[in-house]
Design a protein around this ligand. Structure first.
Ligand SMILES: Cc1ncc(COP(=O)(O)O)c(C=O)c1O
Length: 395
């Protein structure tokens, strides 16, 4: 076995999810960033399009860069031309390819923590990590200065908005400041610094989401964005995502991708091409924004009540997406983080600590994912959560 096989760690979130599945009693699985298809199914029209494409026998190899009609449709609502777009089997293989194409072993990658999976992509590419510990006061985003002072040694800056695990969107002025700093840095650098901007939850943010190109058009030469249907259309199993960036880089990324072969299945690509940017899609997304917004508001309202009752509870209201950040100030009552997680699972609550998003200094903060619960379950969730918080307090 080589270094990667000897040292790879799987997804910590999936491990929590497996513990929950193994539990003998009912646990609210608010851990995984996925959807319960019984509650949040894909749009019916998208499903029908997929079936139709199988009936049409669209089952040979797709184009290496992705179905042209799909790239044309993505082009309509992104800032990019079809030749500046690469389609993949969801966001993940594209992020892997992005790292493969930009980062050399020993290069430094800078990202805020808590954040999703950047640590694993760094490990897979032998990159050094510059992790910026973010605070609740800053909505768990870095400041411009945090980034600026490290740019001289950074190959790739990773940002995500709305952020996983918090559901917060980055402040437009901070985003502009970071982009301006990268552009400035690159004026004197031969090996450029790139910005990887993950916007997979952006369609689910009713307000507040700003794209880097709106704030800093000059970042375009150094900007690679990731998006897809996984979260906006409850379509994590459909596996269609896209990367956008400068045509020259996308063309070379396409070559890497052709060897990995992690293309989205052709019927799904064609089905998504027909569905994206339709009225049905926008009304589906609007409904989801309302639904998640109502659930998030109810949960935050409940947490506020607990906070006002002087339990050591806090939270951050999300700007969009499917996550809420919750603070349970009882870490010191447990020998280890695992004991805390196990206690919560034993009491019927499955949530993910910020430590599993790379953060060391935000003990007691957890991510609640709401893709697997419906409004009808909230009352019993609040009963369970209330009892658990009381037990924690009395422990
Ligand atoms: C920020 C972020 N980017 C990308 C992904 C991966 O998306 P996909 O399922 O399309 O690979 C996730 C999944 O949880 C995510 O949270």
């Amino acid at each position: 076995m080589n270094h990667v096989l000897n040292n790879i760690t799987g997804s910590e979130i999936i491990k929590i999810s497996q513990k929950i599945k193994a539990s003998k009693h009912h646990v609210f699985n608010l851990s995984i960033g996925d959807f319960d298809p019984e509650i949040n199914s894909i749009p019916t029209k998208l499903r029908d399009n997929v079936i139709e494409e199988y009936l049409n026998k669209s089952t040979d190899y797709p184009m290496a860069q992705g179905d042209l009609e799909l790239r044309k449709t993505v082009s309509k609502f992104s800032y990019y031309l079809p030749e500046e777009i690469l389609i993949g089997a969801g966001a993940r293989p594209l992020i892997y390819t992005l790292f493969k194409g930009i980062v050399e072993a020993g290069d430094y990658v800078l990202y805020p923590v808590p954040s999703w999976n950047n640590n694993h992509y760094c490990f897979l590419h032998g990159a050094g990590k510059i992790e910026i510990e973010c605070t609740p006061e800053n909505d768990f985003f870095p400041t411009v200065e945090d980034i600026k002072s490290n740019l001289y040694r950074t190959r790739l800056v990773c940002l995500c908005s709305p952020q996983n695990p918090t559901g917060k969107t980055i402040d437009p002025d901070i985003l502009k400041g970071i982009c301006d700093a990268i552009v400035q840095e690159n004026k004197t650098k031969e090996l450029k610094t790139y910005l990887f901007f993950d916007q997979i939850y952006s369609e689910l943010a009713p307000t507040g989401f700003v794209h880097p190109l709106e704030k800093c058009p000059d970042i375009k030469d150094y900007l690679l964005c990731i998006d897809g249907v996984s979260k906006s259309l409850c379509a994590t199993g459909i596996r269609v995502g896209w990367m956008t960036g400068p045509a020259e880089i996308i063309s070379k990324m396409t070559n890497i991708f052709s060897h990995i072969g992690a293309w989205a299945p052709k019927p799904e690509q064609k089905a998504v091409a027909k569905y994206l940017d339709t009225e049905d899609m926008y009304s589906f997304i609007n409904e989801k924004i309302m639904q998640y917004g109502e659930i998030a508001e109810s949960i935050c309202c409940f947490l506020l009540k607990m906070k006002n009752l002087h339990y050591k509870v806090d939270y951050k209201t999300p700007d969009g997406g499917i996550y809420i950040s919750l603070y349970l100030g009882y870490s010191d009552k447990f020998e280890s983080l695992e004991c805390f997680i196990d206690f919560l699972i034993e009491n019927g609550i499955g949530i993910v600590p910020f430590e599993y998003f790379g953060s060391k200094s935000n003990k007691g903060w957890f991510r609640i994912s709401i893709g697997t619960i419906g409004k009808h379950q909230l009352e019993s969730l609040f009963l369970k959560l209330g009892e658990t918080i009381k037990k924690l307090h009395e422990k």
